[in-house]
Design a protein. Structure first.
Ligand code: BMA
Length: 365
């Protein structure tokens, strides 16, 4: 009975956007179907730069250490709203489009985040000025401005095309980490109802006003304690395709056991919700900055994933040396301490990089 019900439900599952393009529907179905075959490995900004290099055709820190490209590529639209030619991490939007097309042709998955500026103050996404969400909602003083920003997002999404003229599907994850309070859309700066409204407004506007139908939508918290906590700001099953959370290991390697336990526990809750709601579970961001542990990949991360069948896990960006003494990277580069272990991790039977991903024909072609 339970299995029958489940099959029945998945047979009718469809993306939040009822007019989603064929390739987008295929991606939605395939992401569900391939669960259990393995977890796809992703990396933010992978083809654009790595530690010690920028914009060298074909380069990728993941490829240079694991021996193959990732299966999922993360990109970021922050500052597209102000017509900047490059995003907040200096990635040129025109290059980003080319990288996205390349990855799509290889059969990989694209996911896009948006650290959009604060529409009320014009400052960054990290400016939590009181009243921003209220101002952005319909009837608010910045709603018009916000729709002009969405027009630019729509233009970007609609510029992504494959060889047959089809739109390239993208997993869009706006308002990520919404249960934290570091962004203007965060927990302490609006009510659950307000952020749900903003999420729904954004999606409806892109679909109805801009005819964008190549997006799957990700609802994405930071770390969370309970299912209730996770769902507090969930906009509803009709607005979400992928459910995920972001988690980073902090501190020294003595925290390994704690990280494994928390990630494992959170993934269990996520998979339970995904089964009930017929959504695709994913680890939407993860990492241990500078990976200061030679066996972190097989001894920590693989253990955290071992009991799970999420669709993918996205490592955050290899920014390298930033201003001051700061260094930021989440996958190894050639010669880095954890590189040999990362290679071993990439060969585990439940982990999918580029080669296995492309066999799965995620877009139905
Ligand atoms: C953060 C850091 C920042 C970056 C931001 C948006 O986690 O990587 O350097 O600007 O994400 O991509």
């Amino acid at each position: 009975m339970a299995i029958g019900l489940l099959l029945q439900r998945s047979a009718f599952a469809q993306p939040a956007d009822k007019q989603a393009t064929r390739e987008t529907i295929n991606l939605f179905n395939q992401l569900q179907k391939q669960r259990g075959k393995g977890i796809m490995f992703g990396h933010q900004d992978d083809l654009a730069y790595g530690v010690g290099w920028k914009y060298v055709a074909g380069r990728s820190d993941v490829k240079e250490t694991a021996g193959q490209y990732p299966a999922v590529y993360g990109w970021e639209l922050g500052r597209i709203e102000i017509d900047a030619p490059v995003n907040l991490d200096s990635v040129p939007f025109d290059k980003m489009k080319q990288f996205i097309a390349q990855a799509y042709e290889r059969g990989s998955v694209i996911t896009i985040s948006w650290h959009l500026n604060n529409p009320l103050t014009g400052k960054s996404a990290w400016d939590p000025a009181p009243g921003t969400v209220t101002a952005v909602l319909p009837g608010g003083e910045k709603n018009n401005l916000y729709t002009t920003w969405l027009d630019k997002v729509a233009a970007f999404m609609l510029s992504l095309k494959g060889k047959h003229g089809e739109y390239i599907p993208v997993i869009f994850r706006p308002f990520h980490e919404l249960n934290g309070s570091w962004f203007w859309w965060g927990k302490n700066h609006c009510t659950p109802e307000e952020i749900k409204q903003l999420y729904r407004f954004t999606e409806k506007y892109l679909q109805a006003n801009k005819s964008v139908h190549n997006l799957l939508y990700a609802y994405n918290t930071d770390r969370f304690a309970t299912i209730n906590d996770y769902l507090e700001r969930y906009p509803g099953d009709d607005f979400v395709d992928v459910i995920g959370f972001d988690i980073y290991q902090k501190g020294d390697i003595l925290q390994n056991t704690k990280f494994i336990a928390e990630t494992d526990r959170s993934l269990t809750m996520l998979e339970k919700m995904a089964a009930e709601k017929n959504k695709i579970p994913a680890l939407t961001e993860f990492g241990y900055n500078t990976v200061p542990d030679a066996t972190w990949w097989t001894n920590v991360f693989a253990k955290a994933l071992s009991r799970h069948t999420i669709a993918y896990a996205l490592a955050w960006r290899n920014a390298g040396h930033k201003s001051g003494d700061e260094t930021e990277f989440y996958v190894p580069y050639k010669g880095q301490l954890s590189a040999p272990d990362f290679k071993r991790f990439s060969l585990l039977p439940n982990i999918i990089f580029d080669k296995k991903a492309n066999r799965n024909k995620l877009y139905g072609r």
